[in-house]
Design a protein around this ligand. Structure first.
Ligand SMILES: *Cc1c(COP(=O)(O)O)cnc(C)c1O
Length: 378
C-alpha cells in the first residue's frame, strides 16, 4: 500500500468536494437543472478570469483552447508574434505554423522572463502583426512573465494579446480586463483543482472582430457557434456535464476563499519551497523570475535527476515533475498549485531530502524542512 502525493504542474490534487460532485448520477444537459449550473459556472469563470468578457468552455485539454485561439483569430498568411521562453511558448509557434500563420518568434533564454520592451520593438518593426501570443507561467521553466506590462504595450497596437494562462489562472494574479488581455486560455487540471478535460477561453470585443473575419477552418472549436449558444446559456455540442458540475464546486470554493487569499497561499507555498531547496544547497533554475506556481530546481552535479524523480514517485509515492526537452534530467519541478497546503510541501521536501541522502548528496538532514517551516511560522 502507498499513499500518494501529487505535486505536479497538472494534474493537481482534487478537493473532496470536487470528487463528490463527480460521483453524482449524470443529468441531461438540455435541462433547466444543468442550465443553472452552466450559468453559475460561467459567472464563476468570469470571477476567476477577472473579466466581463464571455468565457467559453470546451471538452478538451488546455491545448484545445490554445488551438481555438489560433484558428479563430487568424487566417493563413496573417502575421503573428510568439514569445518563446520554454516548451509552452513553442506550442504557440507550432500552432500558428499549423494554421499557415507567418510567425515572428521572440526567443527568450529559458529560465528568464520576456523583456516587454522587446515586444514593443517587434510590434513597431512589424505593424502587420495581428496577434501576440504570450505565456503567463512558462511551466517548463517555472518562470512568470509580466503580462501586465505586455498588455500595456500591446493595447497601443492593432494586435490582440493572447495569453496562455493554463498554469497560473486561479493561482497567481491575472487581471484579464485591467491588463488588456484580449484572449486568455486555461485548462481544468491546474489551478482550478479539477481533472483534465476542460479548456477555457475568454474573448474581448477587439478579439471578436478578428474572429468574424478569420478564414481558418474550424468546426468544434468555432467560437462564433460557442457564443451563439452561450448567449442562450447553452453549448453547441454535448458539454462535459460531469466536469462542469465539478467545476462549479471548485469555483464555489474559490469564491469562498477569495482570489487575494488564494494568491497569498500560493505565494507562501512557493516561498517555502524556494527557501527549502536553497537551504539544501540547491539552485533555482529561474532565480530572477521564479513563479509562485511551480518551482524548477537545478539537479546537483553527480545526481541523476530522472532517477531522483522516479525514486520519489515509485518508492515513496511523492510525485513531482522532471525536466522537459532540453531540461530533461537537468531540473526537477515541484508544483505548488491548486489544492496544496503547507503539509503537502513539508512531505515533499522531506521526501526530497530522504532520496537525495540515499543518492549520496551531502547536506544537513532536515535543513530543507526546517527552512520551509520557518516560512510557514511567519
Ligand atoms: C499544462 C500546460 C499546457 C498544456 O495543457 P494541456 O491541458 O496539457 O493541453 C499549456 N501551457 C501551459 C503553460 C501549461 O502549463
Amino acid at each position: 500500500m502507498k499513499k500518494g502525493y501529487l505535486l505536479t504542474p497538472g494534474p493537481t490534487p482534487l478537493p473532496p468536494q470536487v470528487c463528490e460532485a463527480m460521483a453524482r448520477p449524470i443529468i441531461h444537459h438540455r435541462t433547466p437543472q444543468f442550465q443553472n449550473i452552466l450559468k453559475e459556472a460561467s459567472d464563476g469563470l468570469k470571477f476567476v478570469f477577472q473579466t466581463s468578457n464571455n468565457v467559453f468552455t470546451f471538452a478538451s485539454s488546455g491545448t484545445g483552447a490554445m488551438e481555438a485561439a489560433v484558428a479563430n483569430l487568424l487566417s493563413a498568411g496573417d502575421r503573428a508574434l510568439t514569445i518563446q521562453g520554454g516548451k509552452f511558448g513553442e506550442r504557440w509557434t507550432e500552432l500558428c505554423q499549423a494554421y499557415g500563420v507567418n510567425t515572428e518568434i521572440l526567443d527568450v533564454e529559458w529560465g528568464k522572463a520576456v523583456e516587454p520592451k522587446e515586444i514593443q520593438k517587434k510590434l513597431k518593426a512589424n505593424p502587420k502583426i495581428k496577434a501576440v501570443f504570450a505565456t503567463l507561467c512558462e511551466t517548463s521553466t517555472g518562470v512568470t512573465n509580466d503580462i501586465k506590462a505586455i498588455g500595456e504595450i500591446v493595447k497601443e497596437s492593432e494586435a490582440v494579446l493572447v495569453v496562455d494562462a493554463i498554469s497560473g489562472l486561479g493561482a497567481i494574479p491575472l487581471a484579464t480586463d485591467a491588463w488588456y488581455c484580449d484572449v486568455v486560455v486555461s485548462g481544468s487540471q491546474k489551478g482550478l483543482m479539477l481533472p483534465p478535460g476542460l479548456g477555457f477561453i475568454s474573448v474581448s470585443p477587439k478579439a471578436f472582430k478578428l474572429i468574424e473575419t478569420s478564414r481558418s477552418p474550424r468546426y468544434y472549436f468555432d467560437l462564433r457557434k460557442a457564443k451563439k449558444a452561450l448567449d442562450k446559456t447553452d453549448t453547441p455540442f454535448t458539454p462535459a456535464i460531469t466536469l462542469i458540475i465539478a467545476l462549479n464546486e471548485a469555483l464555489k470554493m474559490m469564491r469562498q476563499d477569495g482570489l487575494e487569499n488564494i494568491f497569498l497561499r500560493h505565494k507562501k507555498m512557493a516561498d517555502a519551497t524556494r527557501q527549502a531547496v536553497k537551504a539544501l544547497g540547491l539552485e533555482l533554475f529561474a532565480p530572477d523570475a521564479a513563479s509562485d506556481v511551480v518551482t524548477a530546481v537545478k539537479v546537483p552535479a553527480n545526481i541523476d535527476g530522472e532517477k531522483l524523480v522516479k525514486i520519489m514517485r515509485d518508492t515513496y509515492g511523492v510525485t513531482i515533475a522532471g525536466g522537459q526537452d532540453e531540461l530533461k534530467g537537468k531540473v526537477f519541478r515541484i508544483a505548488h498549485m491548486g489544492f496544496i497546503e503547507e503539509f503537502d510541501i513539508i512531505v515533499c521536501i522531506s521526501c526530497l531530502e530522504k532520496v537525495l541522502a540515499q543518492m549520496g548528496y551531502k547536506f544537513k538532514m532536515g535543513s530543507g524542512v526546517a527552512a520551509a517551516e520557518e516560512v510557514f511560522l511567519r
